[in-house]
Write a protein that binds this ligand. Structure first.
Ligand code: PMP
Length: 395
């Protein structure tokens, strides 16, 4: 039987740099103690107070089909949060609750792109981006960013790539680079979107993890609310990755269509999960800060450790739970370095090459293990890079 081109070509095929990750997982299953700095998952479970709210809701009977667009309570809570933080008038009519940010990314592209349309995304990128675009039948086109610019995108290069495109996907705070887009960057992007009549799909799932500067939602920039689809999620802000609860904030007429899409795909999100999310969001910044605090601490530790050596350079990390490290002084690709680090020291990091071309020669470190183990792993990584760099200089 023939499968659709859409499904068989969803991923790009070929080597994508994820070999290190799977090898680390294999080593662990064989009983080898591997320090895993690969995946963006908190080292804490969902907060007990959120679980209690979830339990109360489920035991209280909220286990049937929930309203497809989301419960009125959660839509209102998300709308109020967005309005408070951005100043943009937002009501429940602008909000669709989705099973996680990933489903929101898919729905946003389904809303923006016809089959065969070109959809832009920025390289380096979160692993699912090109596949999500292909999943709606659109053509995924990468625009490179540059390590020398600390991966702040250049509006001129987006503009040059935008001929015939219908959408642009951005992510700030950024996975994998840890970069937070500046106001200047976002204003440049907004101008290109208006000039080229692009939908802007703004993935803001790391909006509570900002260590330097401020998170700016481009929906708040002049005349952008009508063309911006914001993707949000409980996964990172509230350590609720397994709960699968996120949202899209969009113009009301777009939300109408997104609700139709949800009716025919996901049929909504469990009510007890939504009640837990409403509770968690209502707890405000204090709970969000408590959940993001370990990453803030480890990023400060990393800045200290990396500042004391010169074999590895850190891309200025301003947000999210990752560090992007430049290991080019070793003479190795990110992938070769990551493989060697795994073999020699049983430390697993993601090669920059697994996030596209722009981060080649880099590795991404997830700050997702306890402080002492994290600091030790980082020191080992740096001294390993120093040995390799010395060997190269003396060769
Ligand atoms: N966007 C980015 C940039 C991510 O890193 C992730 C998860 N790692 C997601 C979206 C999707 O998250 P979720 O579906 O859990 O909300």
């Amino acid at each position: 039987m023939k499968l659709s081109h859409r499904i068989t070509h969803l991923t790009g095929g070929g080597s994508d740099g994820w070999g290190v990750f799977y090898r680390a997982r294999r080593m662990i299953s064989e009983g080898i103690a591997v320090v895993e700095l690969t995946i963006g998952e908190h080292d804490i479970p969902t907060h007990p107070s959120i679980l209690a709210a979830m339990n109360d809701s489920a035991v209280g009977g909220h286990t049937g089909y929930a309203m497809v667009p989301g419960t009125a309570l959660l839509r209102d809570t998300v709308a109020a949060r967005v309005q408070t933080r951005t100043g943009v008038p937002t009501t429940r009519d602008n909000v669709l609750i989705t099973p996680g940010g990933q489903a929101a990314l898919f729905a946003a592209h389904a809303a923006a792109c016809n089959a065969g349309d070109t959809a832009l995304y920025l390289d380096p990128y979160y692993a699912t981006y090109p596949g999500t675009i292909r999943g709606v039948g659109a053509v995924a086109k990468a625009v490179q960013t540059h390590a020398g610019d600390a991966f702040q995108p250049r509006a001129s290069e987006i503009d040059a790539a935008a001929e015939g495109a219908v959408s642009l996907l951005i992510n700030s705070p950024n996975n994998p680079t840890g970069v937070v887009y500046s106001r200047e960057t976002l204003e440049g992007i907004a101008e290109v979107c208006k000039k080229r009549d692009l939908w802007l799909i703004s993935d803001e799932v790391y909006d509570t993890q900002v260590w330097e500067g401020e998170h700016i939602s481009p929906r708040a920039l002049p005349d952008m609310a009508e063309r911006t689809l914001v993707v949000g999620s409980m996964s990172k802000s509230h350590a609720m990755t397994g709960s699968r609860c996120g949202w899209i904030v969009a113009p009301a007429e777009v939300t109408e269509h997104l609700i139709n899409l949800a009716t025919h795909t996901t049929y909504g999100v469990p009510g007890f999960i939504q009640d837990a999310a409403s509770f968690a969001l209502s707890a405000g910044r204090e709970l969000e800060d408590e959940i993001s605090e370990p990453f803030r601490r480890r990023r400060a530790l990393a800045t200290e450790i990396l500042g004391a050596q010169n074999a590895v350079t850190m891309i200025p990390s301003q947000g999210a739970m990752y560090l992007m490290l430049d290991v080019r002084a070793t003479g190795l690709t990110g992938e070769a370095f990551a493989n060697a680090l795994l073999d020699t020291h049983h430390i697993a990091v993601m090669p920059g090459e697994s996030f596209g071309k722009a981060a080649a020669g880099h590795v991404r470190v997830a700050m997702t293990i306890d402080d002492d183990a994290f600091a030790n792993a980082l020191r080992t990584l740096c001294s390993f890079a120093a040995v390799l760099s010395d060997q190269r200089e003396n060769a």
